[in-house]
Design a protein around this ligand. Structure first.
Ligand code: HEC
Ligand code: HEC
Ligand code: HEC
Ligand code: HEC
Length: 147
């Protein structure tokens, strides 16, 4: 083989390894989804329709930090930091409600997180009264139930 050919083969090989490397990184990162359809199963009664949550808009437009919604608690403190894995809420918060359970059941975890923030920001005047009036209605989050 000529020297030139060998060189270009090496180049192609290293390019291949480089691409493979970055693909591996992509498959394992925790880049946030653009939107999430929240539609868990396991509730005693599934009363309400699915919730379409505009994830990217909350992060980019509303400038909300990951830690406002994602957490890993250690000794009562949220120690989640950028790059840490993200688990689904249901992996820790059970859809079935039991008395005194900790952490709280799934519906209350979502309602406290989502509505808690909207309410707080409305109080602080960061969400307008008229916007908040719409936002607190069940159907601003829940789609009409289809089944
Ligand atoms: C700010 C958004 C938001 C608003 C407003 C909201 N919810 Fe929810 N709710 C959620 C999310 C998110 C879930 C989790 C859905 C899932 O796990 O599939 C949920 C879950 C539930 C569940 C348990 C799942 C089910 O289908 O049975 C019930 C019941 C429920 N909500 C009732 C209500 C009612 C009644 C209202 C109005 C008084 C309301 N929600 C307003 C976001 C909201
Ligand atoms: C306003 C609340 C909120 C903020 C802010 C937020 N997230 Fe999320 N994120 C959610 C919810 C809710 C889900 C859906 C969880 C579920 O289905 O159980 C989710 C899902 C995800 C998922 C998919 C998890 C899975 O297994 O399906 C990733 C990854 C993620 N978020 C990363 C991030 C990162 C990184 C940031 C910060 C740049 C961030 N999120 C900010 C609420 C938020
Ligand atoms: C790895 C397990 C785990 C995951 C995943 C998880 N939680 Fe939690 N969450 C906990 C624990 C444990 C607590 C109780 C912390 C305490 O009170 O010390 C908690 C507490 C909460 C609280 C109460 C916080 C407060 O200020 O009172 C809310 C609300 C909540 N979680 C919502 C969510 C939502 C929404 C998601 C998904 C986006 C989620 N959690 C994912 C474990 C988890
Ligand atoms: C830490 C604060 C915070 C949390 C947590 C949060 N939101 Fe919001 N949300 C906002 C802000 C800010 C707006 C913009 C309101 C406005 O238009 O002024 C908003 C707007 C919305 C809107 C209307 C416009 C849009 O983007 O679709 C919906 C629906 C909504 N949120 C659903 C949710 C749901 C569902 C969750 C929980 C999974 C959630 N939010 C959690 C701060 C929050």
């Amino acid at each position: 083989m000529k020297k030139k050919e060998l060189l270009s083969m090496l180049l192609i090989l290293s390019l291949f390894l480089f691409l493979k490397g970055s693909m591996w990184v992509n498959a394992n990162d925790n880049s946030p989804p653009a939107e999430v359809i929240i539609n868990n199963t396991g509730y005693l009664k599934n009363k309400k329709g699915a919730v379409k949550f505009l994830h990217e808009r909350h992060v980019k437009e509303y400038q909300i930090a990951c830690k406002e919604c994602h957490h890993i608690y250690k000794n009562g403190k949220n120690v989640w930091k950028e790059g840490d894995a993200i688990q689904k809420c249901v992996e820790c918060h059970s859809p079935i409600r039991k008395k005194g359970q900790k952490p709280m059941d799934l519906m209350h975890a979502y309602h406290k997180n989502c509505m808690g923030c909207h309410k707080k920001l409305a109080k602080e005047g960061k969400i307008s009264r008229s916007e908040y009036k719409k936002l607190r209605k069940c159907n601003s989050c829940h789609a009409k139930k289809t089944s």
